[in-house]
Design a protein around this ligand. Structure first.
Ligand code: LRH
Ligand code: MN
Ligand code: MN
Length: 424
């Protein structure tokens, strides 16, 4: 392991007095800081295996060096993140980018780092080297039944890998759609996709869930066959109780009210999982909270309220995953920032007094309702999130420790400057 407990302790020791001052100041003003901290300690966000290398754009890719080139190295990187913040205790794998050659060995390695396997992701949006039929014109929607069957078989294979690793959910994102009017019969595309998903659903183990991820556009630019939450909800409803919608924050048309979508999906018992990221224009996959942190808070406010209304466990009843990666930052620093942004938004949402807000709503007190939300959002809860980390044995300032210990330089020393992570 690159990092040991003594290094974390030494880092925390140096910052303890300053942290205590900030923490005492904030927590003294809160009605129940301890309840928030307990929830923060439990909350874990899965790290996607495909975010550990520099994500390229279609114009270029600039590796920072020391990228993990095997599944083992990816798990080591996620283990490192989890040591630093104790909030990244799960991995989300993408097949075939991360085929486990020896599933038991991979499982053991993950257990050594205290990591679980969250949703497995299938991939029918690229053609692989030895693949028989092409997905150029779609996979589950395809006019040729043989292509649809190939996509079904692939998803069933992904479930098998997931079972070996101890995962219990499958995320299906399809790039299926069309680029030009007339290219596709929408109804046939929908019905073919539904039939294919039904075949995958039939192969789902008893205790598994399937998440149907939607996306408005890209790579298809005229229509997408699972293009929005309405379409995803249709598929999920027709499939059955084990099928849910997955919300990826970057997959909406501009200005979509994602918090309202989340509230309604929860209300319908059909919200299954999340892909966190941020964006300014499209599916930019930028660091969570880097562009629209208030939106992130509003989404968490709906999540907390909706889950509480249904007596759900925040930490375990939805699949929480990051889906972000790009060109210019160190991927591990980027992921530390994303997790921090998620924890902060969650903490702020926990601070909202739902009873007081509900009273304001019942009285049509619009200004009052806004005050309640914004005063939670503007409370600086960074020291609470840090306190949760401290109590779980993580670093008070994970990113600083990553830099102090020159972890990227160590990874480059071990893996070289040209190692390339599989993924986007
Ligand atoms: C599609 C997507 C989907 C994929 C991932 C690599 O844009 O969000 O979740 O699996 O990116
Ligand atoms: Mn996604
Ligand atoms: Mn995406």
């Amino acid at each position: 392991m690159i990092l040991n407990k003594a290094q974390i302790d030494a880092h925390n020791e140096k910052r303890l007095a300053q942290h205590k001052r900030a923490f005492d100041f904030v927590s003294g003003e809160l009605p129940d800081a301890e309840a928030i901290i307990r929830k923060l300690v439990d909350f874990q966000v899965a790290i996607p295996s495909w975010a550990l290398g520099s994500g390229g754009t279609r114009f270029g890719r600039f590796s920072g060096g020391g990228e993990p080139s095997t599944l083992e190295e990816k798990i080591e990187d996620i283990g490192l993140l989890h040591q630093l913040n104790r909030s990244s205790g799960a991995v989300s794998l993408h097949i075939p980018w991360d085929i486990p050659k020896d599933a038991q060995a991979i499982k053991n390695l993950a257990t050594d780092f205290d990591l679980k396997f969250d949703a497995m992701n299938s991939n029918t949006f690229q053609d692989q080297k030895d693949q028989k039929l092409s997905y150029k014109f779609g996979s589950m929607q395809h006019v040729d039944k043989a292509v649809r069957q190939q996509a079904i078989d692939h998803n069933i294979e992904v479930i098998k890998y997931g079972e070996e690793l101890g995962s219990n959910s499958l995320t299906v994102w399809l790039s299926d759609g069309s680029c030009f009017p007339g290219q596709l019969n929408f109804r046939n595309a929908f019905n073919n996709t539904l039939e294919s998903l039904q075949a995958v659903y039939a192969a789902l183990p008893e205790d598994w869930k399937v998440f149907v991820e939607y996306k408005a556009f890209e790579p298809n630019f005229y229509s997408t066959t699972v293009g929005d939450w309405g379409q995803s909800l249709l598929y999920a409803s027709k499939l059955g109780d084990k099928a849910y919608t997955l919300v990826d924050l970057g997959h909406h048309l501009p200005n979509a009210n994602i918090e309202q979508i989340v509230a309604l999906l929860l209300n319908e018992k059909k919200l299954g999982g999340f892909h966190f990221n941020d964006s300014k224009y499209g599916d930019d996959d930028l660091t969570v909270g880097s562009i629209k942190p208030y939106q992130l808070f509003l989404i968490f406010k709906e999540l907390v309220e909706g889950m509480d209304a249904r007596g759900m466990n925040h930490a375990t009843d939805l699949g929480w995953m990051i889906d972000a990666s790009h060109n210019v930052k160190d991927p591990l620093e980027d992921l530390l920032q994303s997790v921090e942004a998620i924890m902060l938004a969650y903490a702020q949402a926990l601070l909202v007094d739902s009873k007081v807000l509900s009273d304001a709503q019942l009285n049509n007190d619009v200004a009052g309702a806004q005050e309640i939300l914004q005063s939670a959002y503007r409370t600086d809860l960074r020291s609470l999130v840090a306190e949760a980390r401290l109590r779980s044995g993580a670093a008070l300032q994970p990113l600083q420790l990553f830099r102090e210990e020159k972890i990227r330089q160590q990874l480059i020393g071990k893996r070289g400057t040209n190692s390339i992570a599989t993924g986007l």
